[in-house]
Write a protein that binds this ligand. Structure first.
Ligand SMILES: Cc1cc2nc3c(=O)[nH]c(=O)nc-3n(C[C@H](O)[C@H](O)[C@H](O)COP(=O)(O)O)c2cc1C
Ligand code: SF4
Ligand code: SF4
Length: 372
């Protein structure tokens, strides 16, 4: 049984939202997100002019994904037809919009409400192209943009943030004062896949959005930081693939979480699986509501300045025979010469150990412990 939550006054049957992107690019794909069980579906970002597609636009490399797609390639009129076909059942529909001026945003927001949206997400800080840069650097612009949407509709408005925008207290204050009820964070991070050193050419012809599991640590820190700076609800996104990932964000204060490139990589089934696994975890731990875990990891975080200086010591708990392992993590990584080979096995000299933690956190066998 899914656990309902309240996002911006909307009752969502579960905290799993599908993020703006091509997995929700038209009526059919939105329906697939709904049928997979998403609590809410955010459309690919709708603009006044349909964006032209460039090819190639997706660069996948293991779990690293880069894209050079900027918003929807459908015209507004086409969106009207697409959304007419969608059967929302008990899911909510959030229209993601982008405009180059406050009046464009107001127009699109009002149109989205008429097309059946339950909420609006303003996407204002995508890392691709240069048109968003001025908005991201000026709190006054974002305030006017958000205010225009809030005044134009009777449904709630949330704002999608880049990493840079999400960690700017002035930017957040402007968004909150303008009447937004929630923020989504983070958008893709500006990245380049690499350079082919033989041809001396970049592997992508423009900067792209870097997404997937490698950005999760950045997104986790952003969620925790947002919880410090703002009262707005947080809909976390960035590298989430499993129920465990979703719980990490919820324990740092997220109201809901979004799935994005995990759907692109693993298909729509990842939505259903995550919801089922989340319910199982909560049931196993005796929780009847998401509220019982929300924010529970926040007290374990403190400012760096409040951590008391100390010096723990590393200790090996089982013999590690270098003849039977290819691993050199601790012996290569200890910069304090505390680890050496004695009789073919790893030995730690506690007098030299500075307690940096590299060996204990990096040991694949988890046989090194830090303690007093
Ligand atoms: C192919 C692709 C297209 C995307 N298109 C949009 C978009 O139209 N609007 C938007 O706000 N975010 C868009 N995003 C960003 C995602 O919504 C999400 O913020 C980002 O992928 C980080 O989450 P992830 O690491 O789980 O993928 C897109 C991401 C990808 C991979
Ligand atoms: S904790 Fe740091 S200093 Fe101590 S043995 Fe491990 S790597 Fe070396
Ligand atoms: S990191 Fe662990 S497994 Fe690797 S060499 Fe050191 S003790 Fe052995």
């Amino acid at each position: 049984m899914s656990k309902p939550i309240n996002l911006m006054g909307l009752n969502l049957k579960n905290p799993v939202v599908t993020a703006a992107g091509p997995w929700a690019r038209d009526g059919k794909s939105i329906q697939r997100c709904i049928d997979a069980g998403a609590g809410a579906v955010i459309t690919e970002t709708i603009t006044l002019e349909a964006k032209q597609r460039v090819s190639p636009r997706l660069f996948v490399d293991g779990y690293r994904m880069f894209n050079t797609m900027l918003y929807s390639d459908l015209h507004l009129e086409q969106w009207e037809c697409e959304l007419e076909q969608v059967k929302k059942h008990d899911s909510k529909l959030i229209c993601s919009i982008w405009g180059s001026s406050a009046s464009e945003i107001a127009y699109l927001a009002a149109k989205a409400e008429r097309m059946g949206a339950d909420a609006i997400e303003i996407s204002i800080s995508a890392p691709i192209g240069s048109r968003n840069e001025s908005v991201c650097n000026h709190s006054a612009d974002i305030r006017a943009f958000v205010r225009a949407a809030v005044d134009a509709v009777s449904i709630p408005v949330m704002v999608k943030l880049s990493y840079e925008a999400a960690v700017s207290p002035a930017f957040l204050q402007a968004i909150e004062q303008a009447g937004a009820k929630a923020v989504s964070a983070i958008d893709a991070i500006k990245g380049l896949r690499g350079v082919d050193i033989e041809t001396r050419k970049a592997q992508m012809s423009t900067y792209g959005g870097y997404t997937g599991r490698n950005i999760r640590p950045i997104s986790l820190a952003t969620t925790a930081q947002l919880r410090q700076y703002t009262q707005m609800q947080i809909c976390s996104v960035g590298g989430i693939q499993t129920a465990e990932h979703a719980l990490e964000f919820i324990m740092l204060g997220a109201t809901a979480i979004q799935l994005a490139s995990a759907i692109q990589r693993d298909g729509y089934g990842v939505i259903t699986k995550l919801i089922g696994d989340l319910d199982d975890w909560l049931a196993c731990h005796g929780h009847t509501e998401i509220e019982q875990v929300r924010g529970s990891a926040l007290p374990s975080l403190m400012p760096f300045e409040d951590i008391k200086p100390n010096r723990l010591k590393a200790r090996i708990t089982e013999r590690c025979d270098l003849a039977t392992t290819d691993c050199n993590v601790c012996i290569n990584g200890c910069l304090y010469d505390a680890i050496s080979r004695v009789d073919g096995a790893i030995t730690i000299d506690s007098d030299e150990c500075e307690g940096c933690g590299l060996c204990s956190s990096g040991c694949p066998r988890r046989i090194i412990q830090l303690g007093w």
